[in-house]
Ligand binder design. Structure first.
Ligand code: AP5
Ligand code: MG
Length: 213
């Protein structure tokens, strides 16, 4: 199974991926997480991507496509992948189709988590992440039991560098300009399932699972 999660910044892709990954026993591949790891390790790709990410712009297609195609060659992806944040432009969607086609595979389902712009911006501005296990919190909507400490592993929580209100507004705009067209691309192919992402986390999960049934 190849499942794609599409949604604007803060729509809940990472939160839902963490749950679905466990429930469906699929490998979670997040383009944002892979890019942040490159930035942290100071690779050539990380150096090139850093300025785009911190300005809330999309990283050029070629860089992201090569990175994801590389990740999809790993044997752990053979039994199913949950793609979070990729593709998010038309060239990326076409490159993914071509790469899957070569292996006799195709995108099975695209889950679109639809959330209004103000909610996305509020969610991003208050998000906190665990430095060690990556678990996602929110200072108001999903607060940790102890401020600044991860409930799951006890490590420190931090705010992503690109999680300012100003950058969030730019990321939302780029979602509308560059990613919305691929929602329609997948809708016209009959593989899209759209869910209301403004509901509580558990409710969104059950909508997503019902799309997959
Ligand atoms: P990426 O890391 O993918 O960021 P994003 O798309 O902006 O999405 P986020 O991770 O911010 O949000 P999310 O939907 O995962 O929400 P989350 O679950 O965390 O990409 C970062 C950057 O990398 C991009 O800007 C770009 O530069 C680059 N990049 C990545 N992929 C690329 C690509 N394919 N092409 C080019 N460039 C690329 O939730 C957010 C908050 O809301 C959390 O605090 C959470 O607790 C809370 N929350 C979640 N669900 C709910 C709910 N139902 N109710 C209340 N609160 C909720
Ligand atoms: Mg995310």
């Amino acid at each position: 199974m190849i499942i794609i999660l599409i949604g604007g910044p803060g729509a809940g892709k990472g939160t839902q991926s963490e749950i679905l990954e466990e429930q469906l026993q699929m490998v979670h591949v997040s383009s944002g997480d892979l890019l942040r790891d490159h930035v942290k390790r100071g690779t050539e790709l990380g150096k090139a991507a850093d300025k785009y990410m911190s300005e809330g712009k999309l990283v050029p297609d070629k860089l992201v496509i090569d990175m994801i195609e590389d990740r999809l060659l790993a044997p752990d992806t053979e039994h199913g992948v949950l793609l979070d944040g990729f593709p998010r432009t038309e060239p990326q969607a076409r490159a993914l189709d071509d790469a899957l086609d070569l292996k006799g595979r195709a995108v099975n389902m695209v889950l679109y988590i639809n959330v209004d712009d103000e909610t996305m911006i509020d969610r991003i501005s208050g998000r906190l992440m665990c430095r060690k296990c990556g678990h996602i919190f929110h200072e108001k909507f999903m607060p940790p039991k102890v401020p600044g400490v991860c409930d799951e592993c006890g490590s420190e929580l931090y705010q992503r560098e690109d999680d300012t209100r100003e950058t969030a507004i730019k990321r939302v705009a780029s979602f509308h300009q560059q990613t919305k067209p691929i929602v329609e691309y997948y809708r016209s192919r009959g593989v899209l399932c759209e869910v209301d992402g403004s509901k509580p986390v558990e409710e969104v999960t059950s909508y997503l699972l019902s799309c997959l049934r």
